[in-house]
Design a protein around this ligand. Sequence first.
Ligand code: NI
Length: 259
Amino acid sequence: MTKTFDDIRLTEEQVAQFQEQGFLHLDRLAEAEEIAWVREINDRLFADRVGWDRGEQFDLAGTDDPRVKPRLPQLMNPASHAPELEKAAFRQVAFAVARQLLGPDAERGDEHAICKPAADGAATPWHQDQAYWDPAFAYEALSIWVPLQEATLLNGCMQFIPGSHRGEILSHHSIGHDVRVHGLETDQADPQRAVAVPLAAGGCTIHHCRTLHYAGPNRSGQPRRAYILTFRNPPLRLDTPRDFPWLTTRRTARQDRVG
Ligand code: NI
């Protein structure tokens, strides 16, 4: 990799926007050539279906029926399948940016890749990331969403509801009310308030773990790939755990493969 952007310093306005709105975007997180390199690795990992047998790859919006083409394939921790990704400069830059927003105790969380197929890739319905996590803990966390080509309204760029991170975790359910599906959605988001954030390749969006977000279906002729990094402060155990019934009722094929 050539030049890196390890000197990204967020402005006070950017930090304030993240705190008030719950999301932010950066036009340049990574060099275009690095994004093209990651995109090649990404496409190979999905074409080879790496991690499928262990539940690390799965269809976020489907039932993982082997006879059905996945509509929202996701791969957990791509760098564990392609160790060369450990060298990617944008992963370091993203960590440095996350620490400016979360503070010096921030640590790396999971990473994942999503490859939304061309023409009929499913929408990622409205949700809060924290709805997926252990309800016994309090979290201060964020995700940095890095598209591996441009992200547009046509191919499913990110959309956010400003200020929604300051509210509670809303009620969620499995996508389509099908408990065999891994993905979650909430019916309590107001799409009229959504702000769409198109990006050129090399840019990123950043959102808080309670910010309501959505990405539309992919109606373009190319897959819409994204690499997502999460960062968090050490979670704190709650005196009174929340109740996330949508997690206890889920029965996915992925859970069976994870074992
Ligand atoms: Ni999300």
